[in-house]
Design a protein around this ligand. Structure first.
Ligand code: AP5
Length: 215
């Protein structure tokens, strides 16, 4: 968990690679639906919410996430990025897991001040082919506009205008702060200072996960 731009996607990719598990990122799933435009009505609905910086409604998000979690490749573990981010989503996840004898054991909150996350969002570039994330100041590509890994073209997300960025942060404070309290109250939350370098944050995440005996 964490505000837009704090580094959830960056760290999720590292954790997924390290523990050889899939990343289940609702933001990426919604972006895929809107890009592929299938089904058209759903793609249009998702586009409207995302372009405004609003959350996609809970019913749709919960169904999408739980369907994905039930796929065979998620049986041995997974990294969840960006879900749950409302209390209703958190409750639905707990209920779905409990009915299968599983539980959400550990939730990690990445924290960084507002000016830091805004700077990160403003400098972000993504690869259109392999989805690798770059940053103009902290992690620039070797050749501007081109991915170091696969040579794909880099692009900016459509929800990256300054107005939408600010709105996404407001929505996060309003709707996701209660989720932090939800996990804190059941002692499942670890909070990590994500203002540090990517490598330092990764080191702390690995320490937390190893301590939790992730296999
Ligand atoms: P989503 O795609 O999840 O976006 P987000 O939460 O706004 O987060 P971001 O992807 O913008 O940032 P991030 O934390 O992943 O940062 P990143 O690693 O890229 O959601 C988009 C939309 O989808 C939502 O607005 C909503 O409409 C919808 N949605 C998704 N899930 C939903 C849900 N559950 N319910 C309802 N609606 C939902 O890093 C950012 C930049 O910083 C990069 O350039 C990176 O290189 C750099 N960086 C990262 N870490 C560091 C570091 N330690 N030091 C320096 N630079 C760093």
């Amino acid at each position: 968990m964490g505000p837009p731009g704090v580094g959830k996607g960056t760290q999720s990719r590292r954790m997924a690679k390290r523990y050889v598990v899939p990343i289940i990122a609702t933001g990426d799933m919604f972006r895929r639906i809107r890009e592929e435009a299938t089904p058209p009505e759903l793609a249009q609905e998702v586009r409207e919410y995302m372009d405004k910086g609003e959350y996609v409604p809970d019913d749709l998000t919960i169904k999408l996430a739980l369907d994905r979690l039930s796929q065979p490749d998620a049986r041995g573990g997974f990294v969840l990025d960006g879900f749950p981010r409302t209390v209703r989503q958190a409750e639905a996840l707990d209920e779905a897991f409990e009915s299968h004898g599983r539980c959400v054991g550990h939730v990690i909150l990445l924290r960084a001040p507002l000016d830091v996350v805004l700077k990160r969002l403003t400098g972000r570039w993504l690869c259109s082919r392999c989805a690798r994330v770059f940053n103009e100041s902290s992690n620039p590509p070797m050749m501007p506009g081109t991915c170091d890994t696969c040579g794909g073209e880099l692009y900016r997300r459509s929800d990256e205008t300054p107005e939408v960025q600010h709105h996404r942060l407001t929505v996060y404070e309003r709707q996701t702060a209660p989720v932090i309290a939800y996990y804190e109250s059941s002692n499942r939350l670890d909070s990590v200072d994500a203002e540090r370098s990517v490598d330092e944050v990764t080191t702390e995440l690995v320490a937390i996960l190893n301590d939790d005996k992730v296999e």
